[in-house]
Ligand binder design. Structure first.
Ligand SMILES: NC(=O)c1ccc[n+]([C@@H]2O[C@H](COP(=O)([O-])OP(=O)(O)OC[C@H]3O[C@@H](n4cnc5c(N)ncnc54)[C@H](O)[C@@H]3O)[C@@H](O)[C@H]2O)c1
Length: 291
C-alpha cells in the first residue's frame, strides 16, 4: 500500500480549503495551492475560523487545531506545492480540460509514485486518469460541502485504478475523520446523480406551480427527513454548478436529466445562490436568508 504523509490540495476555493483543513487535522503535512493569492488568503482565514469554531464547540482539542495550522501551508506556485507530495487532491473548477491540463503540469513536478485524486462532482475519473502518466494510481475522492462537517467521501474507482490506490485512499479518508464508500465509475457517482434528479424535479414542480419553494423545501425536510430542502441545497451548491452537472448527466445518461428551464433562467439572470446573494432565495451580505 502507498504510504501517504504529505498531501497537496489544488484549489483553495470552497472545497479545496475544506479538504486542506481535514487533511491537516488528520495529521498530514498539507500544502494548498491556488494561482490567485486572494483565494489562499481567504482559505487560510476560513480554515482558522472553522478550527476555532470546532474548539469552541468542543469538537476539536486546542492542541489539535494548533497542530493542524502548523502542518498547513499555502502556495502560489504549483511546482513547489506538489514537490515531494505523496498524494495530490485536485479541487479546481469543474471543467475537464482544466483538470486534465492541471494534472499534466502536476505530473512534471510530483514524485513518480505519487497518487492523484480528483474531487470532481461528476466528471469521468477514467478520462482524467487516462490523460496522466499513472492511471492505476488515480481515483476520485468526492468530498461534500462543508468538508470539515460532512462525514462522507465517495471513493471512485476508474477503469484502471488499482487496489493499492483504493486501499490507500480509504485509509487517508478515515484519518481525515470520514466514512468512505467505494463506487465504480458512473456519471455522477451515487450522490450527485440522485441529488441532481431531486433538485431538477423540485425546479420542475416550482415551474408547474405545484407548491412554493419554501413548501417544497419544508415537505422534503419534514416528510422525508432530508436535512435541507432541495432549494436550500442548490443555493448552497451554486445554481451554475448544478446546471453544469445536469448538462453532463443529460449528455451521458439521457432525457431524465434534461436541465429544467426555470433553473437555466435563474443562472442566466445571475441568480447563482448564496455566493451571488440571490438564488432561489435572497441572502444578505452575511449570507443570512433575507426573504
Ligand atoms: N461546491 C461544492 O459543493 C462541491 C462539492 C463536491 C465537489 N465539488 C467539486 O470541487 C471542485 C471545486 O469546486 P469549488 O466549489 O471548490 O469551486 P470554487 O470556485 O469555490 O474553487 C475553485 C478554486 O480553484 C482555483 N483555481 C482556478 N484555476 C486553478 C488552477 N488552474 N489551479 C488551481 N486552482 C485553480 C480558483 O481560484 C478557486 O479558488 C469542482 O470540481 C466541483 O465540482 C464541489
Amino acid at each position: 500500500m502507498h504510504e501517504i504523509h504529505t498531501i497537496a490540495v489544488l484549489g483553495a476555493g470552497t472545497m479545496g480549503r475544506g479538504i486542506a483543513h481535514v487533511a491537516a487535522l488528520g495529521g498530514f503535512e498539507t500544502r494548498c495551492y491556488d494561482p490567485f493569492p486572494q483565494a489562499c488568503e481567504k482559505g487560510a482565514a476560513a480554515v482558522a475560523r472553522n478550527l476555532d469554531k470546532g474548539v469552541e464547540l468542543g469538537k476539536v482539542a486546542r492542541a489539535d487545531a494548533d497542530g493542524a495550522l502548523e502542518r498547513l501551508d499555502w502556495y502560489g506556485d504549483l511546482a513547489e506545492a506538489v514537490d515531494g507530495a505523496d498524494l495530490v487532491i485536485e479541487a479546481v473548477p469543474e471543467e475537464v480540460a482544466l483538470k486534465i491540463d492541471t494534472f499534466a503540469e502536476v505530473a512534471k513536478h510530483a514524485p513518480a509514485g505519487a497518487v492523484f485524486a480528483s474531487n470532481t462532482s461528476a466528471l469521468s475519473i477514467t478520462e482524467m486518469a487516462a490523460a496522466t502518466d499513472r492511471p492505476q494510481r488515480f481515483a476520485g475522492m468526492h468530498f461534500f460541502n462543508p468538508v470539515h462537517v460532512m462525514k462522507l467521501i465517495e471513493l471512485v474507482r476508474g477503469l484502471e485504478t488499482d487496489d493499492a490506490t483504493m486501499d490507500a485512499l480509504v485509509a487517508v479518508g478515515e484519518r481525515m475523520g470520514k466514512q468512505v464508500v467505494r463506487v465504480n465509475e458512473a456519471p455522477g457517482f451515487v450522490t450527485t446523480r440522485i441529488n441532481a434528479l431531486i433538485g431538477n424535479e423540485a425546479f420542475r414542480m416550482l415551474e408547474q406551480g405545484v407548491a412554493s419553494a419554501e413548501d417544497i423545501d419544508r415537505a422534503l425536510k419534514l416528510g422525508l427527513n432530508h436535512p435541507m430542502g432541495p432549494f436550500e441545497l442548490v443555493d448552497l451548491v451554486g445554481l451554475d454548478v448544478r446546471l453544469s452537472i445536469l448538462e453532463y448527466l443529460h449528455a451521458s445518461l439521457g432525457e431524465q436529466f434534461r436541465p429544467n428551464r426555470l433553473l437555466v433562467q435563474h443562472v442566466r439572470a445571475g441568480r447563482l445562490g448564496r455566493k451571488s446573494g440571490r438564488g432561489v432565495y435572497r441572502y444578505d451580505e452575511k449570507g443570512r436568508r433575507a426573504d
